[in-house]
Design a protein around this ligand. Structure first.
Ligand SMILES: [Zn+2]
Length: 244
């Protein structure tokens, strides 16, 4: 959009703006490094269309991915840097008339920085609603329920570059998915990765970089995941329950 288009859209009722926090980190041998950023755009756009009164800000394309640094091409910023980026983005958007800024992660490693920075944002923007999902476990629980509903195995749907993300990418950007290289990765309890401040290097846990199993991914699963998640988040926004 051009700047006058953004100005007019806000004036005519696009009162919310969605800020997605993505990443530039390895996603196995079959998905692009920018997967979380592509999925950030896909999620932001679908959510904005569902809400009807929201615009999507540029996705933050680099996040906190320190555990993935052994794999080539991964670019990570430290959590205080990410927090500063979030503060500056909200300060910018806060000038343009939005009533609500919605902050969402399309990369699990960004949750803690978002959680840390929320009090500062709310202190600075008393006249703007700052909404966020800051709990990775909430996402995990929701994904488990989704898996149960559709008869999918959560250990294969996985949390990183597995059936879940691969299916989402097949739905959004099939041209960037190399299904012939999709394989099984680490199968088991990977929660140490998001329970520790500095997660163990990914290559010690999964030499391919996959947590779960990328085989069996389909665009149909991806469309169902998008629809399910977008509807859930949209309802939370409409009900004002995105307290963070
Ligand atoms: Zn990802």
């Amino acid at each position: 959009m051009t700047w006058p288009e953004v100005r007019d859209a806000v004036a005519h009722g696009k009162r919310r703006v969605i800020v997605m926090l993505g990443a530039m980190e390895q996603h196995g041998p079959h998905l692009p490094i920018a997967t979380d950023t592509y999925l950030g755009y896909a999620t932001g756009e679908r959510l904005a269309r569902r809400l009807g009164d929201a615009l999507v800000a540029p996705v933050v394309s680099i996040g906190y991915s320190v555990g993935h640094l052994p794999m080539a091409g991964t670019v990570s910023i430290e959590e205080p840097t990410l927090e500063a980026v979030i503060v500056d983005i909200c300060r910018s958007l806060g000038r343009h008339g939005f009533h609500e800024i919605i902050l969402l992660c399309s990369h699990g490693g960004n949750y803690r920085a978002l959680r840390n920075v929320l009090p500062r944002l709310r202190e600075e923007h008393r006249d703007i609603r700052i909404s966020a999902i800051t709990d990775f476990d909430e996402w995990l629980e929701h994904t488990k329920k989704f898996a149960g509903r559709w008869g999918l195995d959560m250990t294969r749907l996985g949390v990183h570059a597995a059936q879940g993300e691969t299916s989402l990418m097949l739905a959004h950007r099939r041209d960037l998915v190399q299904m012939d290289k999709a394989c099984e990765g680490f199968i088991g309890d990977a929660s140490i990765r998001w329970r520790s401040k500095v997660p163990p290097p990914m290559d010690t846990m999964s030499p391919t970089g996959i947590l779960g199993d990328a085989r069996g991914s389909t665009a149909d699963i991806g469309e169902k995941m998008f629809a399910d998640r977008i509807e859930q988040v949209a309802r939370m926004i409409e009900q004002g329950t995105l307290a963070g």
